[in-house]
Design a protein around this ligand. Structure first.
Ligand code: SF4
Length: 324
């Protein structure tokens, strides 16, 4: 299958401190790499699950693909075309790549009805001459809500309904890639399942590709063929979801997997791994996971592991990958 999205050695850098704050704190480099050397690809119609704890860089990576975060180096291509830096070309890019945000109610303007929210993308992109009422009806039924929801305001929606409206709005301009940022967070287990089923149905019906950003590994298992695990802005393990669930190679992935409760597989687990994530301003030497890794040895503290192939298509950044 042809690749739709290709991310190649992407680095996203932010200034974490003002020059004065950096001087006062004695920090020489006030920049942080929120995304460091990340490469991944998603085929047309494929799904990639990106997992990791809060602050691992997942959302920043999603925002970079939308052209909303500063790309320091590396490249992002969609259908062979490079991410434009600005202007009309970037606006066109955002017709092809859409994103739903973590807080669905907060990301929907409270003063707009669902009808106005769903038709706003057409106005923004100079397509207001379309039959907007028909488009609103098409979109609301696409996500399984009745047309009388079009006259409601965001505060009149439940968490699951707001999530559906956010997805409908993201799909308004018929994107080729949907980036769903934590689509199940904060929802009851049964509603989480409904949202994941909706995303699966939409992928099948529309042929869109999906980048699923979540700390819920069980959601990835249900929804994505490929999996990437992020830690401190790096992908530490990638592979097919089936292969990673069969035998995680990186101790971080193994710890995340071990934390999925068997009796309640869709339950969110945030603090799955013991210990604190180090500051991005003070990355540990060697393997950045060594401060939390139960398998760390002297080599881990001295030498940065490069991605190594565990099996075809399955890689891990670890000197001592777990045996399969
Ligand atoms: Fe753990 Fe060492 Fe592998 Fe890092 S390189 S994950 S510290 S075993």
């Amino acid at each position: 299958m042809a690749e739709l999205l290709e991310v190649d050695r992407l680095r996203v850098r932010f200034r974490a401190l003002t020059p004065l704050a950096a001087r006062l704190a004695g920090v020489r480099d006030p920049m942080i790499d929120a995304v460091a050397d990340v490469s991944l690809s998603i085929p047309e119609g494929g799904a990639f699950g990106l997992v990791g704890e809060s602050g691992s860089g997942k959302t920043t990576l999603g925002r970079a693909i939308m052209g909303l975060a500063p790309v320091w180096s590396g490249a992002i291509h969609l259908g062979g075309a490079a991410l434009p830096k600005h202007g009309t070309a970037l606006k066109t890019w955002r017709r092809h790549v859409a994103m739903t945000f973590q807080d669905p109610t907060g990301s929907l303007s409270p003063r707009l009805t669902v009808r106005a929210l769903l038709t706003e993308p057409f106005r923004i992109h100079g397509m207001a001459s379309r039959n907007l009422d028909a488009e609103a009806r098409r979109l609301i039924s696409l996500v399984g809500l009745a047309t009388d929801f079009l006259d409601r305001y965001p505060h009149e929606l439940s968490g699951g309904q707001a999530r559906r409206v956010g997805i409908a709005r993201a799909l308004a301009l018929e994107p080729r890639l949907l980036i769903a940022d934590e689509p199940t967070a904060g929802l009851d287990v049964s509603v989480q399942g409904e949202v994941l089923n909706l995303l699966a149905r939409l992928r099948g019906e529309l042929g869109i590709a999906l980048l699923l950003i979540t700390h819920n590994l069980a959601a990835v298992r249900l929804s994505a063929e490929q999996l990437g695990v992020m830690y401190m802005g790096r992908l530490v393990e990638t592979g097919t979801t089936a292969a990673v669930f069969r035998g995680a190679a990186h101790p971080y992935t193994a710890a995340l997997l071990a934390a999925i409760p068997i009796a309640d597989p869709t339950r969110d687990r945030e603090r799955a791994v013991a210990g604190e994530v180090p500051s991005l301003m003070n990355r540990p030497a060697g393997c950045e996971f060594h401060t939390r890794c139960p398998r760390a040895e002297a080599r881990c503290r001295a030498e940065t592991p490069e991605p190594r192939e565990i099996a075809p298509g399955h890689t891990a950044r670890c000197h001592f990958p777990l045996s399969r």
